[in-house]
Design a protein around this ligand. Structure first.
Ligand SMILES: Cc1cc2nc3c(=O)[nH]c(=O)nc-3n(C[C@H](O)[C@H](O)[C@H](O)COP(=O)(O)O)c2cc1C
Length: 368
């Protein structure tokens, strides 16, 4: 896991297989411009030895913003901040990826000033849920264009690539979902090919607008019950993404040792299932519950080429360096004091956000 890796198409080499996974952190300016505290948080992890550092989910259109203080990539006036961030990550020896996304039904009107839109109008049981309006053809085409121009902007800023956020129930996942996409046109309905069209067309458009040197990965979820994302379909989508030229596929598992709802007694780990679905030339990134180098090695043996880490990277910015020095490294786990998090480079805004995560901050929401 500490060996460098060279991506086939771009011929870009990263120092190792450890990745800071995308983490929303609320640290940017209200208008989407990069704030120095967001740069400082990511730079420290690049300096800490992660081969790849991914930004938070960053919105490609104003009507796609999911959270306050979210980094924006939707217009050229954001370029100076993005350029500083890319330069900072590169100078520290890491490869910077921007996670580009649109919130769809999860872009609240209180934030965007617009009614959220999605594949279709549907009702699901989530706190604060607003019934979205169904997308028009021009919403869809304009959004593909917005992803492509956001990616081109990220390349102009100096990032090594982007990760399309097709996971966790945001717009691209809403189009994939059986329950959230009951359209009767080529963008949805019973046919998985139609439901996957937006994601695949977005990937193709991003490829067409960026150079061969630019890495384009795609993150997907294996299952999301209420949206109607199912494992067998997700494995098929992963294969299509590889065929369409994704430079990596990222399976966001939350718990890489977990069982699926569809196959609770399946002895084959989810990582191995995704590996088997992909051609060997397409690297697999996996995230979900890795805290120690031993666990990382286990997931690698199951078939992952890259291990993406979120929660452990929050309090342990130099995890790769420590893990390389000590294979038995066992980093402290939450809850953390606000002081520990401040020492790990989190601003007050981010620490406050982490208080909402059960059992993460000593004076935050208690563990379940
Ligand atoms: C504070 C926080 C913010 C997150 N924000 C994002 C995000 O913006 N995009 C995304 O795809 N996943 C996001 N995630 C999920 C992580 O990328 C990761 O998949 C998940 O935490 C499981 O990995 P872990 O067990 O290493 O934490 C977030 C996780 C955390 C803890």
């Amino acid at each position: 896991m500490f060996a460098p890796y060279t991506f086939a198409r771009s011929q870009r080499t990263v120092a190792n297989r450890f990745v800071v996974a995308a983490m929303t952190n609320m640290q940017s300016h209200p208008d989407g411009q990069l704030h120095p505290r967001e740069l400082a948080w990511l730079r420290l992890r690049a300096e800490g030895g992660f081969g790849i550092v991914t930004t938070c989910a960053a919105h490609v259109r104003i009507d796609g913003q999911g959270w306050p203080g979210e980094l924006g990539v939707f217009a050229d006036h954001l370029l100076p901040g993005l350029t500083d961030l890319a330069g900072s990550i590169t100078d520290a020896g890491s490869l910077g990826l921007v996670q580009i996304f649109h919130g769809g039904m999860r872009a609240p009107s209180a934030l965007t000033g617009q009614t959220p839109w999605s594949a279709t109008a549907f009702q699901i049981d989530r706190p604060g849920f607003e019934v979205p309006r169904p997308a028009t053809e021009s919403d869809i085409l304009d959004t593909i264009e917005a992803f492509a121009s956001a990616a081109a902007r990220c390349e102009a800023a100096g990032f090594g690539g982007v990760e399309l956020h097709g996971a966790h129930g945001y717009l691209l996942a809403q189009f994939l979902g059986r329950n959230t996409n009951t359209r009767s046109d080529r963008w949805g309905g019973a046919s998985l090919k139609n439901r996957a069209r937006l994601l695949l067309e977005t990937l193709r458009a991003v490829r067409a607008r960026t150079s061969e040197r630019f890495i384009i990965g795609v993150r997907i979820s294996p299952e999301i019950t209420d949206i109607g994302i199912e494992l067998d379909e997700s494995l098929q989508v992963a294969a299509w993404l590889a065929d369409a030229g994704a430079d990596f596929v990222h399976a966001s598992l939350w718990d890489a040792w977990g069982k699926t709802r569809a196959h609770p007694s399946d002895p084959v780990p989810l990582t191995t299932r995704f590996r088997a679905a992909l051609p060997s030339a397409c690297p697999l990134m996996v995230a979900g519950g890795v805290w120690t180098p031993r666990q990382a090695a286990e997931i690698q043996e199951q078939g992952a080429d890259f291990i993406a880490m979120a929660r452990v990277a929050i309090a342990h910015p130099d995890w790769p360096r420590r893990a390389q020095a000590d294979p038995e490294y066992s980093p402290s786990r939450p809850p953390y004091t606000p002081q520990v998090l401040a020492e790990a480079g989190l601003s007050d805004v981010f620490i406050d956000y982490m208080r909402r995560w059960a059992g993460f901050v000593t004076d935050g929401k208690p563990a379940k």
